[in-house]
Ligand binder design. Structure first.
Ligand code: GLU
Length: 562
């Protein structure tokens, strides 16, 4: 019989603490009944993926809706995959999308990642001693053992196995082979351990799995419902040869110590659940509740559903700023994807921010959500249509100053003028919905700036040039900037009537051949001259904003071309 305590001391001579010592530094959180403690736990391997906004939004909502705590943990146990600056980038991007953490890794004044809160360190690379303390304890209880096969050897072995697995469909034989390998690894003697340690050979620490995969443990995932999870019989790695834990081990120790009540993570972790259930049991920890969030899908060119991969358009959350999406629009879109009843609630509560929506785990879909720019744009247009003109002016100006400096400078030159433009059609029951992204602003309202004004359309061929000329000339003759909308329109109708363009829309619809056209055509003659296009906001208001001189100047310069 192996002396497990001796083995533990041999493997971890530097560890003098016990789990009880560590636990003393992590007292239970004092929170109201039902408060949820959630975390976002990204690996700093790159940008925030659209799919990462899901678990972080869910975590943030569940914690803050229940009076709990939401924290950020940086899972940097894989130094090889770490991208310098990624952790800083993640924190900034998440903050941009309104994902605020109560504690965890934050940026300090110098822009470096540092800790805030009593349950840290929140960067896994700073927690090696903590993991090793629990690892040593598991060894001393005979629940984990060292394996001196080097990582390279192991990788080579796994590569061979993979190839063989593909060829070999005799699963039973494969399972037996694995079993045999495991038994061999487990059979290591104290003398072998001592010899290897003396030779300075590295080891990985493996769990001694006690599961029988033919037996199933009932388990309830809060998104997926009831599952039958087969027991784990794989002696998976807890600590790698550099003493750094695998995700499995690190998350178990951290979520326990940091008091996580709900683990919200991607569904790619579902197959590891059996390992985690076993690990929490071995460690004597209470299993948190789990929510496995489905992957985000997209439609490919052939209309087939595909995973939204890192390289797909829309995956990188940092791209949205350049595309000109307001963060609140993206958040709102995420809510519509996350909770099936969000849109209904929103229709009933159009003025309320999404943070007031009672987020409900039960309304989350277990199948993959479909990412779609069309839907995002619809949501975005709605959100922007309810913003104040001031807010839109500020946001567009700020965006343009970075991404379209020429336009940005024009907007910044006279913010009140810009705000008047953005105020057109805002407020009321049916606000205009022209902007999905800030980039849409320039084509929508650039014509208000003489520097950007161009004719983007031509008069349709069917109209008599003489009529267009007569309309513009007639309008200039009687144009008074102080006319109210009615008086202004009466004058336009009169010009039309004189040219055979009726203002009686009913009569016109009944028999269009009886007239040259309608007053709508007359308005269009004016609109194209003044705005450069046939589709523009309310023309009376446009003229009010442009003022008398610029309106007339545009009409006159159009006349010169006719
Ligand atoms: N670091 C893991 C990942 O990025 C976290 C999973 C979890 O939230 O537990 O997938």
């Amino acid at each position: 019989m192996m002396d497990y305590q001796l083995l533990a001391d041999l493997l971890f001579p530097q560890i003098t603490k016990t789990p009880a010592d560590i636990e003393a530094a992590y007292p239970a959180r004092q929170l109201p009944e039902g408060a949820k403690v959630t975390r976002f736990a990204p690996s700093p391997t790159g940008f925030v993926h659209f799919g990462g906004l899901f678990p972080s939004t869910v975590g943030e909502r569940l914690a803050h809706q229940s009076g709990g705590v939401f924290y950020l943990r940086i899972e940097d146990t894989d130094a090889k995959r770490e991208v310098p600056g990624a952790a800083e980038g993640l924190i900034k991007t998440l903050a941009h999308y309104g994902i605020h953490f109560d504690e965890g890794a934050i940026l300090d004044e110098t822009g470096k990642v540092s800790d805030q809160g009593a349950y840290g360190p929140y960067k896994q690379s700073a927690r090696a001693e903590i993991y090793q303390t629990y690892a040593k304890d598991l060894v001393s209880k005979g629940l984990a053992y060292p394996c001196f096969t080097t990582e390279e050897e192991l990788e080579a072995l796994q590569a061979v196995n993979k190839k063989e697995e593909i060829k070999n469909t005799d699963w039973q034989a494969q399972a037996e082979q694995r079993r045999e390998q495991t038994l061999k690894m487990r059979a290591i003697t104290m003398d072998e351990v001592k010899e290897n340690l003396a030779a300075g050979n590295p080891f990985v620490l493996r769990i001694l799995a006690d599961g029988d995969p033919t037996k199933k443990t009932p388990f309830t995932d809060l998104v997926r419902g009831k599952l039958d999870v087969p027991e784990n019989d794989e002696d998976f790695v807890l600590l790698k040869s550099d003493g750094i834990p695998t995700y499995h081990f690190a998350h178990a120790v951290d979520d326990h110590l940091m008091g996580t009540t709900h683990v919200i993570r991607g569904e790619e972790w579902l197959p590891s659940l059996a390992k985690h259930i076993q690990l929490f049991r071995y460690l004597g920890f209470r299993l948190p509740k789990y929510m496995h969030i489905s992957q985000i899908m997209r439609l490919d060119e052939n209309g087939n559903k595909k995973k939204l991969s890192k390289r797909d358009m829309g995956a990188n959350m940092d791209d949205y700023a350049a595309m000109g999406y307001a963060p609140e629009c993206v958040c709102e879109y995420v809510m519509t994807l996350l909770n099936s009843n969000y849109e209904e609630w929103h229709a009933q509560n159009p003025e309320k921010p999404y943070t007031e929506f009672p987020f409900n785990i039960k309304k989350m879909s277990a199948s993959g959500c479909l990412f779609d720019f069309g839907k995002l744009n619809d949501v975005s247009k709605n959100v922007i249509s309810r913003m104040s003109a001031q807010k839109v002016t500020l946001a567009v100006t700020e965006w343009a100053q970075t991404y379209d400096p020429e336009f940005g400078a024009l907007l910044a030159r006279d913010p009140a003028y810009a705000a008047n433009i953005f105020a057109i059609g805002r407020g009321g029951k049916k606000p205009r919905k022209d902007l999905a992204v800030w980039k849409d602003a320039r084509p929508y309202m650039g014509f208000f700036y003489d520097e950007l004004f161009t004719l983007t359309e031509q008069y349709p061929e069917q109209f008599d040039k003489a009529d267009i000329k007569a309309t513009l000339q007639g309008f200039i003759k009687t144009f008074d900037i102080s006319d109210d909308m009615n008086t202004w329109f009466e004058k336009i109708k009169e010009i039309g009537a004189g040219l055979g363009y009726t203002a009686d829309m009913k009569a016109y619809k009944a028999d269009p051949t009886a007239f040259k056209g309608s007053v709508a055509d007359i308005s269009m003659f004016l609109r194209l001259a003044v705005t450069g296009k046939t589709n523009a906001p309310d023309l009376w208001t446009v003229m009010q904003i442009l003022g008398y001189d610029r309106t007339v100047a545009r009409l006159e310069s159009m006349l010169e071309t006719l």
